[in-house]
Design a protein around this ligand. Structure first.
Ligand SMILES: [Zn+2]
Length: 316
């Protein structure tokens, strides 16, 4: 079971980063996820490059999450997409002629810009993977000129939207693989979007489908973690894709700590190919204790499943 730890912290202080990455590596993690928002690589490209290299130096693969590009993906900063702000006509237009704060993934200039940006990032920085975080776009049927031209039949608009989204994500992953076939692609969904998994597994350039089984954030019982996890793991396994389940180790208060352990147990019981969690992420009542519990839980993953350790032993 691969362990991925999301690192949502600035890369400005090399000594702090080194300590953090060594701690992450010591949990048995093989990868980090680092989010980039559009504004950031314009302002601190050196820090980004140095930080990602520091991760690779301790043996961690670097996966980049496209933070809120086009307002289509999640991201740690609650900031709107710079592109969408500057290109208001790229936005989704509903049947009443109202714009929504999200770029339409059928808008050609937006697509071209996004794919060019991805290619530029992959060529500029030491990156081993791209993570698509909670892709959105199905909430509203779009009546923008592009969507109307592509789907003249109004009664088919809902299904068309869904097909378009899958096609868009497929093209995004293909764009990554065109730069380098070894770069990994992951799409992580919220449980309410699990019905997309079957279609996502048809995308040849997508390697891993994940799910944010965040029971507490979604006001669900912790038992749901097992049901969601099982759906994801079974569907991806049938279609020879990898699965990844994310532990909610943020926004946890003292009462919820026990449930976090239960959630972890549910996650490992369905045997995903990978597990994800966060390094000191937001709004925990006792941040240090949550990270320590997370480390403790990760160490309970059977050691033989950790490929890195085999390599470590042989190199001694
Ligand atoms: Zn549209």
């Amino acid at each position: 079971m691969d362990i991925t730890v999301a690192y949502f912290h600035p890369l400005l202080h090399p000594d702090t980063i080194k300590r953090d990455f060594e701690q992450i590596r010591a949990t048995g993690a093989s990868s980090i996820v680092y989010p980039i928002h559009e504004q950031e690589d314009q302002r601190w490209p050196r820090d980004l490059e140095r930080g990602l290299l520091q991760a690779q130096d301790v043996g961690l693969k670097t996966h980049i999450s496209l933070g809120r590009y086009g307002n289509l993906f999640a991201g740690p900063s609650l900031m709107p997409s710079w592109y969408t702000f500057r290109h208001p006509h790229s936005r989704v237009l509903d049947r009443h002629g109202r714009y929504h704060e999200i770029s339409c993934f059928n808008n050609q200039p937006f697509r071209q810009w996004l794919f060019d940006e991805i290619e530029r990032l992959l060529r500029s920085y030491p990156i081993n993977g791209i993570l698509i975080d909670e892709p959105r776009g199905l909430e509203v049927s779009c009546f923008c000129p592009v969507c109307r031209a592509l789907c003249p039949d109004v009664s088919d608009l809902v299904r068309f939207r869904r097909r378009s989204m899958i096609d868009f994500l497929g093209e995004l992953c293909a764009c990554v693989k065109r730069v380098d076939a070894n770069i990994k692609t992951t799409a992580v969904l919220l449980p309410l979007d699990l019905s997309l998994v079957e279609e996502l597994t048809t995308l040849p350039a997508l390697d891993t489908v994940g799910c944010h089984v965040f029971w507490n954030l979604l006001h669900e019982s912790v038992c749901q973690v097992q049901a969601w996890g099982n759906t994801l793991v079974q569907t991806t396994r049938q279609h020879q894709k990898r699965s990844q389940l994310w532990l909610q180790n943020f926004s946890i208060d003292e009462e919820m700590e026990k449930e976090m352990e239960v959630a972890f147990h549910h996650i490992t019981s369905v045997e995903p190919d990978g597990i994800g969690c966060y390094y000191y992420w937001r709004n925990n009542a006792d941040p240090e204790r949550i990270w320590n519990s997370t480390r403790y839980l990760l160490r309970r993953i059977p050691r033989r499943q950790l490929h890195w350790q085999k390599a470590h032993v042989t190199s001694q």
